[in-house]
Write a protein that binds this ligand. Structure first.
Ligand SMILES: Nc1ncnc2c1ncn2[C@@H]1O[C@H](COP(=O)(O)OP(=O)(O)OP(=O)(O)O)[C@@H](O)[C@H]1O
Ligand SMILES: [Mg+2]
Length: 311
């Protein structure tokens, strides 16, 4: 059974008199307990799509289903409880005037779940589950380190016992030494609770550690979706190939992207045909004229790419 299904989601923003297409025609699903890594360059639409899933951004076109049901009032209410979000900046996301106990219990208060005593008990359980000392409950966000604050944000997201957490670059603001601790915490919470993650990251090495499947966005379009092992071993879309070449590896001297030339075009004025054609090493006439559909790669039914010349 599918937890979340996105069907042809588009998000457009008015910018002056023009229209910016942040997300275009994206279809994607998440199963219970699954981690989908969402990757792509800055401005590719990752946060916008994550916000749609988390109910923070209304799509301009397309539809989302939750546990198989279209988003009517009742489904939306259920989804608000079961889909939580963790942001990149663990300080900006926490109200500095609230003690940790109130921060963690806030989603329960908003959803009117439990009595005041129930909520306090739940906050106490959660601080321990995310590896914070019990006395954290009565302290304020500024008294904690970046990693600890991200633990508080994770505890708050867990409070209503969600089925899915949208994690938008949850490690990017943290010291490298702390990143793996938070990654391990997220992984063990997932195993204990059967949580699904939509894990947004520009860091493919992190995604390689955590994701079951990887979805690659380029200029708001989904250009490739595949199981983690396949995408890292034999990427099908030239953009995925280029992204992987840009991943720093130990012992590798060059850390710059070898495959991607030039800048990403403006989402106010996307190129016709395949949106990647202006930077693609495989470009042919058809790529400038015809937008490729996201379809399985030859002989690989689980791996889809939107490319006229997918490998
Ligand atoms: N509220 C908004 N109004 C206008 N344009 C927006 C708005 N939100 C996002 N955009 C634009 O939509 C595009 C996608 O933005 P988004 O934040 O989703 O990208 P991203 O992949 O999360 O980037 P990053 O890696 O930098 O976080 C960008 O061009 C951005 O400028
Ligand atoms: Mg973002």
């Amino acid at each position: 059974m599918t937890l979340v299904a996105l069907d042809n989601i588009g998000v457009k923003f008015p910018v002056g008199r023009r229209t910016l297409t942040a997300v275009d025609n994206v279809s994607l699903h998440l199963a219970p307990g699954e981690t989908v890594g969402l990757v792509g360059e800055s401005g590719s639409g990752k946060s916008t799509l994550g916000n749609v899933v988390a109910g923070l951004q209304r799509p301009t076109t397309g539809a989302m289903r939750f546990r198989g049901k279209p988003m009517d009032t009742a489904t939306t209410k259920a989804a608000h409880k079961e889909i939580q979000i963790v942001f990149q900046d663990p300080f900006g996301a926490l109200d500095p005037r609230m003690p940790v106990s109130a921060i963690i219990a806030e989603p329960l208060l908003i959803q009117r779940i439990g009595s005041r005593a129930d909520r306090a008990g739940r906050a106490a359980e959660l601080v321990e589950q995310v590896g914070l000392p019990r006395d954290a409950l009565n302290r304020y966000p500024h008294e904690f380190s970046g990693g600890q604050r991200q633990r508080i944000a994770i505890a708050r997201a867990l409070a209503p016992d969600p089925a899915l957490i949208v994690a938008d670059e949850p490690l990017s603001a943290l010291d490298v030494s702390i990143q793996s601790q938070i990654l391990n915490l997220m992984r063990s919470l997932q195993q204990a609770r059967g949580l699904a993650y939509l894990f947004i990251s520009h860091d493919l090495a992190v995604v390689n550690h955590l994701a079951d499947r990887v979805a690659v966005l380029y200029l708001g379009r989904l250009v490739e979706v595949a199981p983690r092992a396949e995408i890292f071993a034999m990427p099908s879309h030239p953009y995925t190939v280029a992204l992987l070449e840009a991943v720093p590896r130990i012992g590798r001297r060059h850390r710059r992207a070898v495959g991607i030339h030039g800048e990403m075009p403006s989402p106010l004025d996307p190129p016709p045909g395949c949106v990647f054609h202006t930077r693609c090493p495989k470009v042919q006439a058809i790529c400038r004229a015809e937008e490729p559909r996201l379809e399985p790669a030859p002989g690989r039914p689980a791996q889809s790419a939107a490319c006229h010349f997918k490998s």
